[in-house]
Design a binder for this molecule. Sequence first.
Ligand SMILES: Cc1ncc(COP(=O)(O)O)c(C=O)c1O
Length: 400
Amino acid sequence: MSDLFSKFDPLIRQREELLATGLTDPFNLVMEKVESPTVAICNGKRTILLGTYNYMGMTFDPDVIAAGKQALDDFGSGTTGSRVLNGTYGGHKACEEALKDFYAMDHAMVFSTGYQANLGIISTIAGKDDYIVLDIDSHASIYDGCALGNAQIVPFRHNDIEALEKRLKRIPEGAGKLVVLEGVYSMLGDIAPLREMVAVSKANGAMVLVDEAHSMGFIGEHGRGVAEAQGIIDDVDFIIGTFSKSVGTVGGFCVSNHPKFEILRLVCRPYVFTASLPPSVVATAATSIRKLMDSADKRAHLWENSKRLHAGLRQLGFTLGTDEPQSAIIAVIMPDLEKGAAMWEALLHEGLYVNLARPPATPANMTLLRCSLCALHTDEQVGEILGMFAAAGRATGCIN
Ligand SMILES: Cc1ncc(COP(=O)(O)O)c(C=O)c1O
């Protein structure tokens, strides 16, 4: 019998070698207590959270929590069914109404995760003779959506408008085309030139899907994302998003103005063949989404935090993923995995949690310390964070 696990041997060896150095496992940290969107207890120590997707700090919002508790009391702990059978409650409809209002769009479809939203929408709308043109740095859920469907996949160089245009022009006349883009790319925290890319896509007869997972709630006047900020949201055919970031719970969605959109509820397998979200989750999501509509002050503070952290880290001598802060994600580029892991651990000892990201999740084989800011990080906390980066950076030799 051949061992089906032998393909994982190189990864097992790499992991064992890293842990043999005495390093804390960066992929097995336990949050023992979570005190707020910005502070948790890890290994018995107060730790500032700078590696969550809690951009707008909604997880402890009193209205959000009250809505979830009420729904648990009124509707129980779960639906035990698919959206197309017994799994659509009033709360799911209310959540979709909140999304329609938030985006000012005609249709909204809630999935059990953002991953499933990409999986479902991409695999369903792009069929056998169609083409999907996508940025090479797209999220795993976008690639998996392509893999689940039958369309031809055409990747283009990250954020390269000319490369996108060239790929589009090579597709046979009359074929269906879907261009898949992200507002914010979550590894380096850079944004897409959506205005130009959407224009090129439309000029070449393609429909456009934009994943705004990391911009919802924060970027754009109403928090609708990069497409809103760049003034082209009306030209985007499908926006994908998640509740697991700014909304502060779990779930995913697609919003659209396409007149035939509702048919997807019957043909989209990752929507049909899975249980719907628990009533408490859709209640917290709907409450959070409605509050995010009215959060201009928090958006402004989050931009302040992002600018201050970016400038401070740069001044300390770290190499960052973007020249300017473009989102709530600031990526610190590490020379290699060993140094990255050592720096990650040193920061944890200082009392700071960031994400350690490594290939294959990262572009160009980079090891990154990904910092994601929250609108509820105080000025004082941002100061503390910079102090911790200075101490850990010097202790590990990452900076002088
Ligand atoms: C760009 C992007 N799309 C989709 C998802 C999936 O979201 P969810 O956590 O809701 O499955 C993520 C999650 O990290 C993401 O970064």
